[in-house]
Design a protein around this ligand. Structure first.
Ligand SMILES: *Cc1c(COP(=O)(O)O)cnc(C)c1O
Length: 416
């Protein structure tokens, strides 16, 4: 029976139009099954070369290199705009997702004076909830938490019920970090607009995994990171999106010199640029920004629609293996079954998920663990093969079938 599943994987790999992209990445250990591209993407070969070249320009050109380096945030932003369905000039690389979230949430609140409520959901990524709670505490605003089932994802009816004329800002994640469930971005954006609120989307788990369609949805604001599906490297800078017509209407709270008109005139007062650069703050991390640019280029070249289609096929294949092999061992799917309702990862409940996670790593498969009882399996479409999914899940079946996870510590520690 295992052989028929393997045959299917081999067949799917042969038919995969994106198969060649795996060779564009550094695969240091071909035996390792890497199912954590949703936390940290692999290193593109082009990035290694580009970083060497950029480091050399530092050595040779010294301060003169800035003439070119200063463009990297916008150049990367234009590539990223294509990936998230926005126009060039609406996206820029800057800071971290958390910091951008703060900047754009404050900008949205300033554009809705007199309104006192921020809406988010209780399963949103921790940094989103904390940043919003901090803003609400600082300003005496109310943070209204919508309840979300962590497996099924955001319930549009519950969000809509939380929206009224007091709401300044709705802030949600497009793809849930825990279950991979996709929120209905166009419908929720429209619902917020109906009560006059602005919407801020977190695209960390969707950018480079599923189509986002910001322009098509009339989205206002968004943030996202580049080190997950976009393969920008550990700690690579994040991006932010502000719809063109809002750029001169909203004002961000950190008045840095990189957002200033005539930056090098060193003028007496802040007069922000009339475009997306006004959402910059200070000197960008140039080396990391070039890595983000190269990673984004690879995704743009492959095309988000093709990537998403492969993501649905990979996760669909994984769900079939879960049903066949893992359900009898106490695993339960913690992601939507409908492939169009999930991103490129599949999450499984298991009462000993942390022990299983450790044993699986020892067996040469890298998943990750999310509290309290979930094993996350990321299948980044650009470099994950169907045979990798087959090996990963068959090793998982064998590990748990043999009870090899039992000796591992049951209490999580450190980075999971
Ligand atoms: C990974 C992730 C983040 C990370 O934010 P940083 O500022 O880069 O640490 C934020 N939000 C979501 C939804 C994420 O998945």
């Amino acid at each position: 029976m295992g052989d028929t599943h393997l045959d299917r994987a081999v067949r799917l790999d042969r038919a995969d139009r994106l198969a060649g992209y795996r060779d564009r990445f550094v695969i240091a250990d071909p035996a390792l099954v890497y199912l954590d591209g949703n936390s940290l993407g692999r290193l593109p070969v082009a990035t290694r070369e580009r970083l060497r070249a950029v480091v050399d320009t530092w050595g040779t050109e010294l301060i003169g290199g800035w003439d070119r380096w200063i463009e990297v945030n916008r150049a990367a932003g234009d590539v990223l705009a294509g990936i998230v369905g926005a126009a060039a000039g609406e996206v820029i690389l800057a800071d971290s997702t958390s910091v951008n979230l703060y900047k754009l949430a404050c900008a949205a609140l300033a554009a809705r004076p007199g309104r006192t409520v921020i809406v988010t959901d209780d399963d949103n990524f921790p940094t989103d909830r904390y940043v919003l709670a901090g803003i609400a505490a600082d300003r005496g605003l109310t943070l209204r938490m919508v309840g979300t089932d962590p497996d099924r994802g955001i319930d549009p009816a519950a969000v809509t019920a939380a929206l009224d004329g007091d709401v300044a800002l709705l802030c949600l994640s497009h793809v849930s970090y825990r279950s991979g469930a996709v929120a209905d971005l166009p419908a929720l954006t429209a619902a917020a607009h109906e009560v006059g609120a602005l919407v801020l989307w977190d695209l960390c788990h969707s950018a480079g995994a599923v189509p986002v369609g910001l322009t098509a949805a009339g989205a206002d604001l968004a943030v996202g990171c580049t080190y997950k599906y976009l393969n920008g490297g550990p700690g690579a800078p994040a991006f932010l999106y502000v719809r063109a017509d809002l750029q001169t209407v909203v004002r961000q709270p950190i008045w840095g010199w990189f957002g200033q008109s005539g930056q090098f005139a060193m003028g007496p007062s802040y007069d922000p640029l009339p475009d997306i650069r006004r959402f910059l703050v200070g000197t960008p991390p140039v080396l990391a920004a070039y890595a983000a640019l190269e990673g984004a280029r690879l995704t743009a070249e492959a095309g988000v629609e093709a990537i998403a289609a492969k993501g649905r096929a990979l996760t669909g294949y994984a769900v079939d293996l879960v049903d066949a092999w893992l359900a009898p061992l106490g695993f339960r799917l913690a992601s939507p079954r409908d492939p169009c309702r999930r991103g490129a990862h599949v999450t499984l409940h298991h009462p000993q998920a942390w022990q299983v996670c450790q044993a699986l790593k020892a067996a040469g498969v890298i998943p990750d663990f999310r509290a309290p009882d979930r094993l996350r399996l990321g299948m980044a479409p650009l470099y994950t093969r169907f045979v990798d999914v087959h090996s990963g899940l068959s090793r998982l079946r064998d590990v748990v079938g043999a009870g090899a996870h039992e000796p591992y510590p049951s209490v999580p520690a450190g980075i999971t």
